[in-house]
Design a binder for this molecule. Structure first.
Ligand code: MBD
Ligand code: FE
Length: 260
């Protein structure tokens, strides 16, 4: 970043925070409480969580647009490559309803993108992300896969229930202190990429989740909310080799060509 850009953006941030302090007549006690809070936020390693919850959505909207949303703090690179038929790595007794997500990767012009890479991750049914929180084994519910020659893919995972942010640290303390809830609608995360296209960072949500309209991270867009179809007949379960009911849904990811 240039000196000029830093002076412009940081200068404006400082001015606006001073305006808020002024408008709300912040006391010395409040000023020191804020200082103490920000120090503890850093010591707890929660700066990425704080920034992605409160600010990433605006950066995302300016830089990605339709079909995308925020990445959030819990992406981990180098997730395992999956083999056909794709099943997101999970424990034998992984909690949650079975979800079969099928779909396509197309260009914004509508053409299939053969071989597009889908890097996918999600929390488990108890809201824990592998490689981040204690609990799940490494790379649980994280994996990379490719779309076929027609840009199509299908992957089996679990339906993500409503999600709450990690608790017990400064982030939860702030949300409680302000009387705000700490929930996000259940979601699946993706980075979809292919040669010649801008990578698409996005999430998928599901109809009926009670937090679709009040996501603490402000990251829901209508085109990312999918319907779920339930399959509970013995024939459908047997055809899939499943012993319990399952849900299906589909989505089309649209990649923007580079420089165009
Ligand atoms: C998450 O899982 C998440 O997706 C976001 C955006 C913020 C915090 C935790
Ligand atoms: Fe998430």
């Amino acid at each position: 970043m240039s000196t000029e850009r830093i002076a412009t953006v940081v200068g404006d941030l400082i001015r606006r925070i001073n305006d808020a302090i002024d408008e709300h007549e912040v006391t010395y006690d409040e000023y020191h409480a804020a200082m103490n809070y920000l120090i503890r936020l850093g010591e707890a390693g929660e700066w990425p969580l704080f920034l992605d919850v409160f600010f990433e959505h605006t950066v995302e909207r300016l830089n990605q647009g339709e079909g995308g949303t925020i990445r959030g703090p819990y992406y981990v690179p180098d997730a395992p490559w999956l083999e056909h038929p794709y099943v997101l790595p999970q424990r034998d007794d992984e909690k949650g309803d079975v979800l079969i997500l099928s779909g396509t990767v197309h260009s914004t012009g509508g053409r299939p993108v053969p071989g597009a890479v889908l890097d996918m991750w999600q929390a488990d049914a108890d809201t824990y992300y592998s490689n981040v929180q204690e609990g799940p084994p490494p790379f649980n519910l994280r994996g990379r896969m490719t779309a076929d020659d027609n840009g199509e893919f299908e992957v089996r995972t679990i339906v993500p229930p409503s999600y709450h942010l990690p608790r017990g640290g400064p982030m939860e303390e702030l949300l409680n202190a302000a009387g705000w809830h700490d929930f996000r609608p259940g979601h699946l995360h993706f980075v979809v990429s292919a040669d010649g296209y801008e990578p698409l960072i996005t999430q998928l949500y599901f109809e009926g989740d009670r937090y679709l309209d009040s996501d603490v991270a402000s990251a829901v867009k209508p085109e990312l909310v999918l319907g779920l179809r339930k399959h509970d007949s013995p024939e459908e379960m047997e055809a899939r080799g499943l012993k319990k009911p399952f849900f299906t849904t589909t989505h089309e990811f649209r990649l923007k060509p580079q420089d165009g």
